[in-house]
Design a protein around this ligand. Structure first.
Ligand code: FES
Length: 572
């Protein structure tokens, strides 16, 4: 019998040239941890523990790990927790995005290299769930995604506050001179008041929802607040389920398919989810050979209403979504649009899951399909001479009054240039201008940070300007609001048309036509193209070199090219 047919610690033996010796040695070393022979004979459930002093969002990791272990033990398995890279969004430089693929590789390799029959992967902060889903899709061992859960909003001076839409709102007021230093200092201590991920439908909550929509997290678990006892029960249930999966495997490749990816896209649109999720879902799908076509996104967007009234699109917080019925309430509304035959990690198909659920829903938070919060989906892809391979706009969190516009361009050539000039009194900028940021994409040296939410120039902010058309090859926080065109591809740092934009040019935006065009004559563009030079050199060593050599553009999920699986023809 091959090693891969064995269970638990007998799997994937360390190679000493004598497999019996390898198993004997492994068991004797495992016994140094105090395990009995009986325990060491059980199926092993690996638990990816992403607790870190640099990740506030995962503060509840120790009790989640304990609860998963409890579930594993109760179901007859041996739980073994192991650490992986953890990515705390605000603690990483230049941006967590640079390290998402590193975490996915770490996760994939540790799932494969260590002897486990199934796994529970615990993540939450923005890049951690995409990294874990990418890693488990590639390793393709039975696995359950467990979410750490969102923070609770906080009451402050009679108002509910929650990271991080309110972080930006108050910072905007501070920049406009409406909140003084003492005020912003006090608010700083009240925005993120509990364990868990950002309290709104930002990237973390979006990816949690997509993990459940894909079928990789247990039904009903995406929106449970981090501090709610149900979160611990979800952890226990995930541990139990992993033991069942060890005995009757369902692999990620059976769950993450073209159909379930399309279900996840529908959910992304219906929840008014983060623009980042397009990049992450593309990367996850790419690991199983499924392509996401941005033209298809537009078709889905036109036929999928926004159903959830949550910040930044609406007014509520993730804890309200949980109390309103959770993601199941959204899935039930979307039911006619979903592929109900998709398998989930629970062992039920999506349709069986929805059949089995009670029907409670709070219509203040989750709107009915025929009376939605917004008639069309939250995200659209734009194409045109400025973005031949696409760009993304979150129309649900933007000002429709700016959707059909032509504007004069004010260009910032880098993030450093932006920081140096955006607030200077001499900046030549008018409220109707389009702000363009170049060289903030995947290969820019900044690794595509969440810098696409360019601040309104201070002199305009103080004059009451709240939104402007802003265009870049960067990303944007899922918690942000504004008429912001992101992920322009090809990016400026590889010589895309965005690199050729100059101050005073004109750009035409038409959300109705899904177009974004640079209105400059081709001969002038040719002249500029001939003068273009890459803004940064490839680093000489280490992960930074691997990243720069291998990262793909946004429409390929910014995954490393060698980690994607070639697309297979989709079966209908
Ligand atoms: Fe971790 Fe927002 S900072 S989810």
């Amino acid at each position: 019998m091959g090693a891969d047919k064995k269970i638990g610690l007998a799997r994937g033996l360390t190679n000493y040239g004598d497999s019996d010796f390898s198993l004997y040695l492994r068991r004797s070393f495992a016994k140094s941890m105090g395990f009995s022979s009986e325990m060491l004979a059980k199926p092993v459930i690996g638990i990816a523990d992403t607790g870190s002093g640099f990740n506030n969002c995962h503060r509840n990791m120790p009790e989640l790990v304990e609860a998963v272990k409890r579930g594993v033990l109760a179901a007859g398995g041996l739980p073994l927790a192991f650490p992986t890279v953890s990515l705390g969004e605000v603690f990483l430089s230049p941006t967590s995005m640079m390290f998402r693929n590193l975490m996915s590789m770490d996760t994939e390799e540790m799932l494969r290299a260590q002897p486990m029959d199934a796994a529970v992967l615990i993540g939450g902060c923005d890049k951690t769930v995409p990294a874990q889903l990418m890693g488990m899709a590639s390793a393709d061992i039975p696995a359950v995604q467990l979410i750490v859960g969102p923070m609770m909003p906080n009451m402050f001076h009679g108002e509910r506050l929650g990271a991080c839409t309110d972080c930006r709102r108050f910072w905007g007021m501070h920049r406009a001179g409406k909140v003084d230093q003492a005020g912003i200092d006090e608010i700083e201590g009240n925005l993120a008041a509990t364990a868990g991920t950002c309290a709104v439908m930002g990237t973390a909550s979006t990816m949690a929802s997509l993990a459940e929509a894909l079928g990789m997290a247990l039904p009903g678990t995406a929106a449970i607040p981090a501090v709610h006892a149900d979160r611990l029960r979800a952890a226990e249930a995930s541990g139990r389920r992993a033991v069942e999966l060890a005995k009757n495997p369902i692999r990620p490749s059976q769950i993450i398919t073209g159909k379930s990816v399309e279900n996840a896209l529908r959910v992304l649109l219906a929840i008014g989810g983060s623009t980042n999720a397009i990049v992450h879902l593309t990367a996850i799908a790419g690991r199983v050979g499924v392509n996401i076509d941005l033209n298809r996104l537009n078709v889905l967007s036109d036929t999928t209403p926004v159903l959830v009234d949550l910040k930044p699109t609406g007014q509520h917080y993730m804890s309200d979504l949980y109390a309103a019925g959770g993601l199941g309430a959204v899935l039930r509304e979307l039911r006619p649009l979903l592929h109900l035959d998709c398998m989930t990690v629970s062992g039920q198909t999506l349709g069986e899951r929805l059949d089995a659920e009670p029907g409670w829903v709070d219509r203040g938070v989750v709107k009915p399909f025929d009376a939605p919060y917004q008639k069309e989906g939250g995200l659209v892809a734009l194409f045109g001479s400025l973005a031949p391979n696409g760009a993304i706009l979150k129309r649900s969190a933007a000002d429709p009054g700016l959707f059909e516009r032509e504007g004069r361009v004010v260009v910032f050539t880098s993030l450093d240039d932006l920081a140096a000039r955006i607030d200077t009194p001499e900046l030549d900028v008018q409220p109707d201008d389009f702000l363009v940021l170049q060289n903030a994409g995947p290969k820019s040296g900044y690794a595509m940070p969440e810098a696409g939410y360019l601040p309104i120039p201070q002199k305009l902010a103080r004059a009451g300007v709240k939104d402007m058309v802003r265009i870049s090859d960067a990303r944007m926080s899922g918690t942000a609001f504004g008429t912001i065109v992101l992920h322009v591809s090809p990016e400026a740092a590889v010589g895309g048309p965005l690199a050729l934009v100059r101050d005073g040019d004109r750009i035409r935006l038409s959300v109705r036509e899904r177009r974004i065009d640079l209105l400059v004559a081709e001969d002038e563009l040719q002249r500029r193209r001939a003068q273009w030079k890459p803004p940064v050199e490839t680093p000489s060593r280490g992960y930074a070199r691997l990243y720069m050599q291998s990262v793909t553009q946004a429409e390929h999920g910014c995954d490393f090219a060698f980690l994607r699986r070639p697309a297979a023809p989709e079966k209908s």
